[in-house]
Design a protein around this ligand. Structure first.
Ligand code: ZN
Length: 300
């Protein structure tokens, strides 16, 4: 599967820059998230949709090291879902409960709202290298992720937006296609143009139907803007977790000396403290000497 397939995101404008558009093929990213977290199909779809959204949100970041993370905490059995992307097209994600045992299909579709929950909150955090990150929060509107992201952009950022995100999981549980588009109307779009774009988006097939039929992100944008659009750039996107042993040690030190010493005592018999990155599953092993050093560092 996915032979020769490559994930990428297209950033575009239309109508003399008064419309911003993004389209991404995130098939491999979603497959890797699913494999790393061992998700059931409905959770694969939920996490893949969220990661797809995070990649499109990250396309507005000005610097490679800037990050945007989107967190959903709904009242469904999957618990917290989080996806974080940077300006370099790298994304990672996590989910509270990868396997919920809930019905995977509802009305012939993957039961995303059933695992996410229909009530709860969506939080967007942008770290732009400033003293404080920028944080926006909205209530969920449906738990289907795409509608929730659009609602966030409209109500929290006052940007009329359409968001479509989709994940297709085949009978074997593998990700066959994943991707999405985001279209934003900036001030000054004539209402006739806005109506035409909204109509084109309403008539679009499902994102994964288009991708599975061979459409590229550029082809999807052509369907939305039949009169043409300007492609600004085409950026490869991929799963990447920036965790390192050094970062793990720093994170442990933040727990404070008392907590680090209590972990140290608990693991003293084995002589090894094992820490697992919840984003990628990487294991880090710290011996007693390393933990002593972290405890000392935590004192400062
Ligand atoms: Zn990691």
């Amino acid at each position: 599967m996915n032979n020769g397939h490559s994930d990428y995101l297209v950033r575009a404008t239309a109508l003399d820059g008064r419309v911003r558009a993004f389209c991404v093929d995130s098939t491999r990213v979603t497959a890797e998230l699913s494999e790393r977290h061992g998700t059931e199909p409905a959770v694969t779809a939920a996490l893949g949709r969220l990661a797809t959204g995070a990649l499109m949100f990250s396309a507005l970041l000005k610097k490679r090291e800037h990050t945007v993370s989107i967190r959903i905490l709904g009242d469904g059995p999957a618990g917290v879902l989080l996806a974080a992307a940077n300006g370099n097209g790298e994304v990672r994600g996590l989910v509270g409960r990868p396997v919920t045992g809930a019905d995977q299909v509802s009305n012939g579709k993957l039961n995303v709202a059933g695992v996410v929950g229909r009530n709860g909150r969506l939080t967007v955090t942008r770290d732009l290298g400033l003293r404080h990150p920028y944080v926006g929060v909205v209530e969920l509107v449906s738990g289907e992720v795409g509608e929730d992201l659009a609602h966030y952009l409209v109500s929290s950022e006052q940007t009329p937006s359409a968001v479509g995100v989709g994940v297709f999981v085949n009978g074997g549980g593998d990700v066959a296609a994943a991707g999405g588009y985001m279209v934003q109307l900036l001030p000054g779009v004539p209402s006739t143009d806005a109506t035409r774009i909204e109509q084109a988006i309403r008539e679009l097939p499902h994102t994964t139907t288009m991708l599975r039929s061979g459409d590229t992100p550029e082809d999807v944008l052509t369907r939305i803007f039949p009169d043409g659009f300007e492609s600004l750039d085409r950026m490869p996107v991929r799963f990447h977790c920036p965790c390192t042993a050094e970062r793990v040690e720093r994170a442990l030190a933040l727990l404070g000396e008392t907590e680090v010493r209590s972990i140290l005592e608990k693991d003293r018999a084995s002589g090894i403290t094992e820490v697992t990155c919840e984003f990628c599953g990487a294991h880090y092993k710290l011996d007693t000497a390393a933990m002593e050093a972290i405890a000392t560092r935590a004192r400062r």
